[in-house]
Design a protein around this ligand. Structure first.
Ligand code: AMP
Length: 286
């Protein structure tokens, strides 16, 4: 495994692999502090491509001024070890100044989808995500990029960006990896105390209850949300940011459930913001 730090070197390496060599590149963008969720993406990329590139970069432009950019967990040494074991060939880990040099001024913004759900409580977040991913995609030149369903809205927005900008590669969205309790793995779980971590299991439990209600024939999103909300509120110390039941392709809020939907939740446990979601409906395309 090799480590590349400069974007121009990354572009050079990708071009050398692709143009004369004709190798396919699978790409896994991450912010590091790797866990099994990230590694599941790397392993799938390993199976489906000649070369696997993983980026590790805590992207300042996707954090709000009062968010956790400074204290976001970083463990580049451990990450390199884990990435190598998962079959990654190239770790791309640039520094902030290499990505955003003095005077940097170009951003990518997708219409509509970023203003709702996570975007409503994190203004500018998806603009930062789209900008960093566009830059990474440009230098890594992937054939397939891999994202987790846990960050469903992010994956959908990036799919739109790749299509709109004719970037010409495929995005694959892979299932959420969970702890035994059902809690979705997240680098931010490290912020939780033991008691908070136990409480956090209610997020997925309540998503499953919501799904069971819909599977049993409930078509009223208000009712499903009320049950999910009540269940989450039964755990003291959890504040709900949003509970949304949306069309999984447009993220439009649904009043009545007639086909497939996504139930998505964001909560605060103490100061830690956690998200999760579940797809409901029989003709699942994902
Ligand atoms: P992050 O480092 O949090 O920006 O995540 C990098 C990638 O890993 C994104 O595509 C995430 O959706 C994905 N990811 C994060 N947590 C999980 C998880 N528990 N299961 C599957 N994928 C995940």
């Amino acid at each position: 495994m090799i480590v590349i730090k400069s974007p121009s070197r990354m572009l050079e390496a990708a071009s050398r692999l692709k143009d004369p060599g004709g190798k396919s590149i699978g790409f896994v963008p991450t912010m590091g502090s790797l866990h099994e969720g990230h590694l599941s993406l790397a392993r799938r990329a390993r199976k489906e491509n000649d070369i696997v590139v993983m980026s590790i970069f805590v992207n300042p432009s996707q954090f709000g001024p009062n968010e956790d950019y400074k204290k976001y967990p970083r463990d580049i040494r451990g990450d390199k070890r884990k990435a190598e074991l998962a079959g990654v060939d190239i770790v791309f880990s640039p520094g902030v100044r290499q990505i955003y040099p003095e005077g940097y001024g170009s951003f990518v913004d997708v219409k509509e989808l970023p203003g709702i759900m996570c975007g409503a409580s994190r203004p500018g977040h998806f603009k930062g995500v789209c900008t960093i991913c566009a830059k990474l995609f440009y230098v890594v030149r992937p054939d397939i990029a891999y994202f987790g369903q846990k960050d469903y809205q992010q994956a959908l927005i990036l799919t739109r960006m790749v299509k709109d900008l004719d970037m010409g590669f495929k995005i694959k969205i892979l299932p959420t990896i969970r702890e035994k309790s059902g809690l979705a793995l997240s680098s931010r779980n490290q912020y939780l105390t033991c008691a908070q971590r136990e409480k956090a299991a209610v997020i997925y439990e309540s998503l499953k209850i919501g799904k069971a209600l819909i599977d049993a024939g409930c078509k009223n999103t208000g009712r499903v949300k009320a049950v999910v909300r009540r269940m989450i509120k039964s755990k003291l110390g959890i504040k709900i940011d949003y509970i949304s039941i949306v069309d999984p392709y447009t993220l439009r809020e649904e009043k009545n459930i007639n086909s497939k939907v996504l139930i998505a939740i964001a909560v605060f446990i103490g100061k830690t913001r956690l998200i999760d979601n579940i797809l409901v409906g029989h003709n699942s395309r994902r």
